[in-house]
Design a protein around this ligand. Structure first.
Ligand code: C2E
Ligand code: MG
Ligand code: MG
Ligand code: MG
Length: 292
C-alpha cells in the first residue's frame, strides 16, 4: 500500500514509522534484561488520611532505571511489557518487592503500612496471578489485609465469569481490591454490586476540577454517596493543591494521594520514618538521580 501511494508521502511516512519500530525493538530488548540486571525500581507514593494527614499506606509505582535513558516512567514500558508477556515476571517481581518493603517498614515502625500494587489486565488474566500473590505474602510475611491490588474497570468489559472467579480467589486470600481510575472506563455500575471491590480510587480528571467546577464536584459527591451505600472506601487521586484537598474533605472523601501530599519517591525517602528525618515540606519533589 505504501509503495502505490505518492512517493513523497511514502518517504515522509516511512522513516519515522521505521524509527518508531526500531525504538520499540530496542526498548523491548532492554526490558528482557532489565529484571535480571536489577534495573527496575519501585517508588512509593503516600496515601494520606485527609482529615488527620496521617499516612495510611503507599502505592508502589514501578520505574525503569535505564543505563542510558535514566529513569523511564511506566507509561513508556508497561504496554511493551504487556505485549511481550514480560508483564508476568515483572509483575511477580513488583508484588515480591512491594510486600517485602512493607514488611521491612513494619519492622522499623512497629506497624505495617498498607501497600497498594497495580495489576495490569494481562497480569490479572494470567493463570499464575493467585499463586504469585500467595507467594509474595508468604515470602514477606506481610498480613494479607495490608496488601491492596489495584485493578481497572477495563477488566469488566469481557469475560465477567472468569473475572468474578479470579476476584473471589484473591479476596479469599484476604487482600483488598481497589478500582483504579474510577469513573473513566466501563460505564455500567452494576458490577460494583457483583464484584468484591473494597475501594474506589477517584480519577485525577475529576479531582482536577473539584475546586472550580460544580459539575466535577457533583460527580465526586455522587461517588461519595455510592461509596457510602455500597460500603466502599474512597481514595482521591492526583491532589495537587490545598484547594482541591479542602474541597474533597468537605465532600466527605476519606483519603487521597497527590503531589500536594507527597510525590512518589524511592523507599529511603518514602519510609514512615523519612517524614521525621527530612526537613523539606510534604510535596517536595524527591527523585532519584538519573543514571550517568
Ligand atoms: P496509576 O496507578 O493511576 O498511578 C497514578 C499516577 O499518577 C502515577 O504515575 C503517579 O506518579 C501520578 N501522580 C500521583 N499524584 C499525582 C499528582 O498530584 N499529579 C499528577 N499529575 N500525577 C500524579 P506513574 O507512576 O507514572 O504511573 C502511571 C501509570 O502506570 C499508573 O497509573 C499505573 O496504571 C501504571 N503503573 C505504575 N506502576 C505500575 C506497576 O507497578 N504495575 C503496573 N501494572 N502498572 C503500573
Ligand atoms: Mg494505581
Ligand atoms: Mg489511577
Ligand atoms: Mg489539579
Amino acid at each position: 500500500v505504501a509503495k502505490t501511494s505518492g512517493k513523497g508521502r511514502c518517504e515522509a511516512f516511512q522513516p519515522s514509522h521505521h524509527a518508531d519500530h526500531l525504538e520499540r525493538e530496542r526498548l523491548q530488548a532492554g526490558l528482557y534484561q532489565a529484571l535480571e540486571r536489577h534495573e527496575l525500581v519501585l517508588h512509593y507514593q503516600p496515601i494520606v488520611d485527609l482529615a488527620s494527614r496521617e499516612i495510611n499506606g503507599y502505592e508502589a509505582l514501578v520505574r525503569w532505571q535505564h543505563p542510558e535513558r535514566g529513569l523511564v516512567p511506566p507509561a513508556q514500558f508497561i504496554t511493551l511489557a504487556e505485549d511481550s508477556g514480560l508483564i508476568v515476571p515483572i509483575g511477580r517481581w513488583i508484588l515480591r518487592e512491594a510486600t517485602r518493603q512493607a514488611a521491612a517498614w513494619q519492622r522499623i515502625d512497629g506497624r505495617a503500612p498498607r501497600m497498594s500494587v497495580n495489576v495490569s489486565v494481562c497480569q490479572f488474566r494470567h493463570p499464575d496471578l493467585v499463586d504469585d500473590v500467595t507467594e509474595a505474602l508468604r515470602a514477606s510475611g506481610l498480613a494479607p489485609d495490608r496488601l491492596t491490588l489495584e485493578i481497572t474497570e477495563s477488566l469488566f468489559a469481557q469475560d465477567t465469569t472468569g473475572t468474578t472467579l479470579k476476584l473471589e480467589q484473591l479476596k479469599a486470600l484476604g487482600v483488598r481490591l481497589a478500582l483504579d481510575d474510577f469513573g473513566t472506563g466501563y460505564s455500567s455500575l452494576s458490577y460494583l454490586r457483583r464484584f468484591p471491590i473494597d475501594i474506589l480510587k477517584i480519577d485525577k480528571s475529576f479531582v482536577d476540577g473539584v475546586a472550580t467546577s460544580c459539575e466535577d464536584r457533583a460527580v465526586i459527591g455522587a461517588i461519595v454517596a455510592l461509596g457510602q451505600t455500597l460500603h466502599l472506601d474512597l481514595v482521591a487521586e492526583g491532589i495537587e493543591t490545598a484547594e482541591e484537598l479542602a474541597a474533597l474533605e468537605a465532600l466527605g472523601v476519606q483519603s487521597g494521594q497527590g503531589y500536594h501530599l507527597g510525590r512518589p519517591a524511592p523507599p529511603q525517602y518514602a519510609s514512615p520514618g523519612a517524614e521525621r528525618r527530612r526537613s523539606g515540606s510534604p510535596g517536595t519533589a524527591l527523585r532519584s538521580a538519573p543514571a550517568p
